[in-house]
Design a protein around this ligand. Structure first.
Ligand code: BG6
Length: 285
């Protein structure tokens, strides 16, 4: 198979776990382990040695070629949102190919996945570079291969694993405006740190600020820093919405919080023919 030439003994390992479904790749760093599905270039887990996964993955997630995986880091591209079908773009339900892998000077593994597409109105090439060490680094590059300029929106829709939403504060968005997707897309201002005690679905704008999830139950802080991302989405479906999703663990809303690094709405990216744009995100404790 095409991808096997990118395996590195005990560092980058490919596993076919499900029949007629793309393989998974596991990156073993000195400090952590990371699992990625080639379906959607979807990061499923990032586990520091001896610690808990930083990412939440639903045990009811569906591994089917036409479905997105519930949890981990779905990659929303070339559009974010459900105004156009499929919801959050087709990149997360496409098989990505491996185009590079290796070890950096410290021996930390990396892999680069690619989706070259003619399936949209415009031709593009997207790449996701994943580097794993004591931190998880993601770089999502979109290149315009079309003759015309286009606009796209994007998100690294990260589901974080938390002890219980009642133990958690999200710091970093104070003072920013957001679009409240549960209140007619009205614009509001965030004054305090975010504490979630009901459904939340907000797009924070004009913010490249780092965010920190402070989790008193797991006694850890997860920090999310980013470059070239001007929007941050905060989402938790809470009781009723999560119960309406077949692929969502019962009660799972207590153990997850989505903090998504994105470029959405007025912060859509315009790319001229031949141009490219890279959004970078680093996740660590
Ligand atoms: C969030 C959106 O990013 O993703 C929510 O803001 C949406 O409105 C959620 O419900 C999940 O989307 P999906 O398509 O993965 O069920």
């Amino acid at each position: 198979m095409q991808y096997e030439q990118f395996a590195i003994d005990k560092k980058i390992v490919f596993e076919t776990l499900i029949k007629e479904y793309p393989p998974f790749v596991i990156l073993y760093a000195k400090e952590s382990t990371c699992m990625i599905a080639l379906h959607g270039a979807h990061v499923l887990s990032f586990i520091p040695n001896g610690g808990k996964d930083l990412l939440w993955l639903s045990s009811k997630a569906q591994y089917q070629n036409d479905k997105a995986i519930r949890g981990g880091i779905p990659l929303c591209l070339p559009w974010f949102g459900s105004d156009t079908s499929p919801s959050h773009g087709f990149a997360r339900i496409s098989e990505w190919e491996v185009v590079a892998s290796g070890l950096d000077e410290e021996g930390s593994p990396y892999i680069c996945l690619q989706l070259q597409s003619d399936d949209w109105e415009y031709k593009f090439c997207a790449q996701l570079l994943v580097k794993v060490s004591d931190v998880l680094k993601l770089e999502l590059t979109m290149q315009n291969l079309d003759e015309k300029a286009f606009k796209f929106t994007e998100a690294l829709h990260s589901y974080f694993n938390i002890s219980d939403v009642k133990n958690v504060s999200l710091i970093g968005l104070q003072g920013r405006n957001y679009i409240d997707q549960l209140d007619g897309n009205i614009e509001k201002t965030q004054h305090e740190a975010i504490e979630v005690d009901s459904e939340i679905d907000r797009i924070y704008q004009d913010t490249d600020d780092a965010c920190t999830i402070e989790d008193k139950g797991y006694n850890r802080k997860i920090s999310i820093t980013k470059e070239n991302s001007k929007s941050t989405v905060v989402w938790n479906p809470w009781i009723d919405k999560s119960a309406s999703m077949v692929d969502f663990d019962e009660g799972g809303y207590k153990n997850m919080l989505c903090v998504e690094s994105a470029n959405i709405g007025d912060e859509a990216i315009e790319l001229q023919s031949g141009a490219q744009h890279t959004m970078k995100v680093t996740i660590e404790t």
